[in-house]
Ligand binder design. Structure first.
Ligand code: MRU
Length: 346
């Protein structure tokens, strides 16, 4: 698998996910504004990958700044933070960079080194975290099962290995026969373009369906489990993930199919009690009125284009994190996890 986002010679390189799998091209970023634009334009996407890119963007901003003070730093942070509102990993990564800035801002040479180091640590940690999610989560899957996933929560959505696809990768590494059914994930086609591509690269059997086929396939008994990633998890276990996830969760519930979510602890927003507080990104109407650069509706057509939806916690069977697997009641499980996290920092 190719690097998703990479820091090299004080530049940030990202594989352009907008054109995968038709072209495999890297975009070079030498300025934090370019990183911000690439996050917004979905050159890079997926909550953990956005977090890594955000950290690298902030580090790049500091490295290239001629003068460094609070105003300059805040401008960099605001630019990066205003790119995509739903994935909390972006804000979590920026918070980590803020702490480094506060600690080292009086020694510019040291600050530049520490900012770069922190961004690279976030990158490296993410792969390790995903592998732990895989180890914790694959016990939920049995050999011979067919698992449906929505969007792309794979290596491409992270620094590597993936969250939901990390669980599938770990199951396969443990000699389990797993077949994946991938929703195409309109309008951006992360499932068709990215999930299918990366599973094929790993020789993991995958079948592609359009989003409206999931119900029929579940009713036929062809799906044993659903596993998806998350962009933000509220304190009660409500899950924001790619638009369409909620519909899949309702269908899974109706057909008595377990619905699993795999995400790092950094995706849990301990500051909010419910999914109602999660900001949902609205994207351009052209994403809906065009398909692969071909207009499919009149230009004046009015559209809704929410990029995410919220799955209420009662539809979730388990949340797999790198620390442990959480089961209902999620509020109690998440409160306890938060306490354990506090203890581990003390
Ligand atoms: O709009 P995207 O492609 O950034 O949305 C991505 C998703 O919804 C993923 O499922 C989520 O970020 C989890 S990625 C491990």
């Amino acid at each position: 698998m190719y690097p998703i986002v990479e820091w090299k010679d004080n530049k940030v390189y990202m594989i352009d996910q907008r054109i995968l799998p038709l072209e495999e091209k890297y975009i070079e970023h030498s300025d934090y504004n370019e990183v911000a634009k690439s996050i917004k334009d979905m050159v890079i996407r997926g909550a953990p990958a956005i977090g890594v890119a955000a950290a690298m963007g902030v580090a790049l901003g500091i490295l290239n700044a001629e003068k460094i003070d609070d105003t300059v730093f805040n401008r960099i942070v605001e630019t990066i933070s205003s790119t995509r509102p739903t994935a909390v990993n972006l804000f979590w990564a920026v918070e980590r960079m803020k702490k480094i800035f506060a600690q080292y801002k009086y020694d510019i040479t040291l600050l530049k080194r520490k900012m770069k180091e922190e961004a690279l640590t976030i990158d490296k940690e993410d792969v390790e975290i995903n592998k732990k999610i895989g180890t914790n989560g694959h016990v939920l899957l049995k050999s011979g099962q067919t698992v449906l996933t929505h969007c792309n929560a794979g290596a491409l959505a992270t620094a590597g290995y993936g969250t939901a696809l990390g669980v599938i990768r770990a199951a396969v590494a443990n000699n389990k026969n797993i077949t994946v059914v991938a929703d195409e994930t309109r309008p951006y086609l992360q499932g068709a373009r990215l999930t299918v591509w990366e599973l094929q690269e790993d020789n993991i059997p995958v079948k592609l369906i359009t989003d409206n086929m999931a119900g029929y396939i579940m009713a036929k008994g062809l799906i044993d489990a659903v596993i998806v990633g998350a962009d933000r998890i509220a304190g009660n276990g409500d899950i924001a993930n790619k638009i369409g996830t909620y519909s899949v969760a309702v269908l899974a519930n109706y057909h008595n199919i377990p619905f699993y979510v795999a995400a790092p602890v950094s995706t849990i927003d301990f500051s909010i009690d419910s999914g109602k507080q999660i900001p949902i990104e609205e994207r351009s109407k052209e994403e809906v009125t065009y398909f692969m650069n071909q207009r499919i509706a009149r230009p004046e057509t009015e559209v809704y284009n929410p990029a995410f939806d919220v799955t209420p916690q009662h539809l979730v069977s388990a949340i797999v994190t790198e620390k442990k697997v959480l089961f209902p009641d999620f509020k109690t499980a998440i409160d306890q996890l938060q306490e354990e996290e506090k203890d581990s920092w003390q």
